[in-house]
Design a binder for this molecule. Structure first.
Ligand SMILES: Nc1ncnc2c1ncn2[C@@H]1O[C@H](COP(=O)(O)OP(=O)(O)OP(=O)(O)O)[C@@H](O)[C@H]1O
Ligand SMILES: [Mg+2]
Length: 141
């Protein structure tokens, strides 16, 4: 499935994307620097109704957010593996524990440690298709 969008339609696409990704928990976002991974993840968080940002220093590897699911608060993790060198370093940093926690995980730069991602990870590809225009594709590989 794929969508082409500008910033003014990102929220609509984020909602459709959640529908299409129903039941998945781990998402790996591929795309060059500046493609719009963080921006789209923030739109996904908005669509989930994430309000509180629970301790999220700008450059941390793992940011924990919170959203409400059927009256219960649940954590949602935003990972940015850009500064990780390899799988060993990711494991030492506890990234696997987060990925296998059963909670929603939205991860940037999964190619830094591809081997630690669960087999049922949903892969998301973001491409720059024009000035302010992006294409997002979702699939299992
Ligand atoms: N349609 C769009 N969707 C997403 N971002 C867009 C779009 N149009 C323009 N932009 C801009 O492109 C930039 C994307 O930056 P962002 O930090 O989200 O990229 P990134 O893929 O997370 O990069 P990095 O790999 O450095 O983390 C932002 O400045 C954003 O405003
Ligand atoms: Mg980013």
């Amino acid at each position: 499935m794929e969508w082409v969008f500008f910033l003014d339609t990102i929220n609509v696409v984020a909602k459709e994307c959640w529908k299409a990704m129903e039941g998945k928990t781990v998402f790996a976002f591929h795309g060059q620097m500046g493609a719009g991974k963080t921006t789209f993840i923030h739109a996904l968080c908005d669509a989930k109704g994430v309000k509180d940002v629970v301790g999220s220093p700008t450059f941390s590897l793992v940011n924990e957010y919170e959203y409400c699911c059927e009256g219960t608060r649940k954590p949602l993790f935003h990972l940015d593996l850009y500064r990780i060198k390899n799988e060993e370093e990711a494991i030492r940093a506890g990234i696997e524990d987060v990925l296998y926690s059963g909670n929603i995980c939205l991860a940037e730069w999964p190619e830094k440690a591809p081997g630690i991602f669960p087999g049922d990870t949903m892969h998301v590809f973001i491409e720059i298709t024009g000035d302010g225009e992006r294409r997002i594709k979702i699939g299992d590989n």
